[in-house]
Ligand binder design. Structure first.
Ligand code: XMP
Length: 524
């Protein structure tokens, strides 16, 4: 295992993805992790870059014991140098940002291994502010660029390497080779991490955790994460896994019937549907603050899970599957985990995802339910690969994601039944048109949201004052960044016309052109 140290860098997950694509298993940890708290010994450690200067007050630093572990260390030039000799790092006056050509300095020693097999003048991407002004004691230069004497440094004897550029970015095309040289050749990590192993290992882990009596409750939304999670649970513990679908009144058109039917048909899962639309909408009445909405929805879900847990235990009494509901399945993915790993703590949270933050753990533990998160180490595309491996139907595996809070976070402003219905109808039209045009699989996520500000329009001879529908469609691999999908104008014009004609209460349709970042995929 080659864990990474995360300094709140926006790109550290890319290091992880590149390593996993090489078959090297890697985990991301907060940079402040204490070495003596690790329950296993890593084969190597990579410090990511990060926005903080080593000179900033409160800037994060690694536990000095990391250097005593005796395992190879890579990257984070300034942190490595600062820890060893703080005078070698100077506060930068100008940010060096962009492309540079890397010249490798041959030394005929172990330090050559990091760049083995790479020619000279390889393009790299630089983004740093502080810089090295001298070599820390014991280090030699292994690479330079025109503007940087110390673009790469290495310890003469120990396997410690610092680079001033970003090996994880696309603009460093040989970055994967550098990461392979480090993880496989220098650390000796075996590149044998595979999804196939993951399924078997995870099923064994679930059986071990849950034991042979406890029941597991899981909310299935029909999305790929909860479906794959449910399939793993079913495979692991059979009927002791209890799947429920809570209709929060903010689901897509026909969602609940379709999900129930598909899960029964493809996975043999008998979904219990809880119809709670009225309850959710009444609790959301008049609430406009996005975080409040998410929290209300999250805690209403918990109330209902609690009720269901009690009902299920009662129902199971005197059957071969009688037992206590001790576990609660969550479809948490790695990006959620990364977000909650910030060394700055929960205050750095961008949104309360109801997967993680919105379901307060204290309440779950108050209920004595423990979380079971079989997908917590995976990215979305890895979850899809596992779904296919488990034989889950393409229509479920390839579904665009849908957030737990549903249409409620696609309505800018307070949520009412009427507004949900309008957004739902518009969404159905948009998605149906996308499917008809054969574009569904080219788009990672699309939906229609609603702005509760109203706009004036003229329909026939009548002045109307109606809502604004916001169409959003993005392409992304991991949902951590995303680009806007490029439709033909004529396609969008047709969608707009159809929505205005068929959905009463809408006066205008707009297409959102904001990428992520800065926009998020959902409106709230
Ligand atoms: P954002 O809006 O943060 O969304 O760019 C990234 C991905 O996460 C989904 N999302 C959620 N999923 N509960 C979920 O289960 C949530 O509270 C939630 N919020 C956002 C979003 O649909 C997108 O795929």
């Amino acid at each position: 295992e080659t864990p990474h140290n995360n300094f709140d860098s926006q790109t550290s997950h890319l290091i992880l993805r590149r390593l996993r694509a090489l078959g090297v298993f890697a985990e991301l940890l907060p940079c402040t992790t204490k070495v003596n708290e690790l329950t296993w010994k890593p084969k190597g450690i990579i410090f990511s870059g990060g926005p903080a200067s080593v000179y900033d007050e409160g800037s994060p630093h690694v536990d000095p014991a990391v250097f005593e572990l005796g395992v190879p260390i890579l990257y984070g030039c300034q942190e490595i140098a600062w820890r060893i000799d703080s005078t070698s790092v100077a506060r930068g006056e100008a940010r060096e940002y962009g492309h540079a050509d890397l010249d490798i300095v041959k030394a005929n020693s172990h330090v050559d291994r990091l760049f083995a097999g790479l020619g000279d003048g390889i393009p790299v991407f630089m983004s740093h502010y502080d810089k090295l002004v001298s070599l820390p004691t014991g280090f030699v230069v292994i690479a330079t660029t025109k503007n940087s004497e110390y673009a790469g440094i290495a310890h003469e004897e120990k396997p410690i390497f610092g680079v001033q550029f970003h090996p994880e970015l696309e603009h460093t095309p040989r970055g994967t080779d550098i990461l392979r040289n480090f993880s496989v050749d220098i650390c000796g990590a075996e590149p044998n991490w595979q999804m196939g192993d993951f399924v078997q290992l995870e099923i064994a882990r679930i059986r071990d955790l849950v034991g042979d009596r406890a029941l597991v409750l899981g909310a299935c939304s029909g999305g790929v994460d909860s479906t794959v999670g449910a399939a793993l649970m079913r495979e692991a513990i059979g009927d002791r896994f209890k799947a429920i679908f809570i209709d929060n009144g903010c689901m897509r058109l026909n969602e609940r019937d379709e999900v129930k039917e598909k899960l029964a048909q493809h996975l043999g899962i008998n979904l219990t549907v809880v119809d709670a639309g009225e309850l959710f909408l009444s609790r959301l009445e008049g609430v406009t603050d996005p975080e409040k909405k998410r929290k209300i929805i999250g805690s209403t879900f918990i109330d209902l899970f609690e009720k269901e847990a009690i009902r299920i235990e009662k129902e199971a009494e005197n059957t071969p599957n009688s037992g206590k509901v001790e576990w609660f399945l969550q479809g948490t993915l790695y990006p959620d985990v990364i977000e909650s790993l910030s060394f700055r703590g929960p205050s750095a949270t961008i949104k309360t995802h109801h997967n993680v933050g919105g379901l307060p753990e204290t309440r779950l533990t108050g209920l004595l339910l423990q979380l079971i998160e079989p997908l917590r180490l995976l990215f979305k595309d890895e979850v899809r690969a596992i779904g296919r491996q488990l034989g889950i139907h393409e229509s479920l595996v390839n579904r665009h994601p849908f957030p737990g809070p549903g249409i409620a976070i696609r309505i800018l402003g307070d949520v009412t039944k009427e507004r949900v219905e309008i957004a739902r109808k518009a969404d159905h039209i948009f998605i149906s048109k996308i499917k008809e045009a054969g574009l569904y699989d080219q788009i990672s996520q699309a939906y229609a949201g609603l702005d509760t500000n109203r706009s004036v329009g003229v329909f026939g001879d009548q002045r109307v004052w109606g809502y604004i529908i916001i169409l959003r469609a993005v392409r992304t691999k991991d949902f951590m960044s995303a680009e806007v999908f490029n439709f033909d104008h004529s396609f969008l014009a047709d969608v707009s016309r159809t929505i205005c004609n068929q959905v009463e209460g809408v006066a205008r349709v707009v297409y959102d052109l904001t990428s992520k970042p800065p926009g998020t995929i959902e409106l709230e």
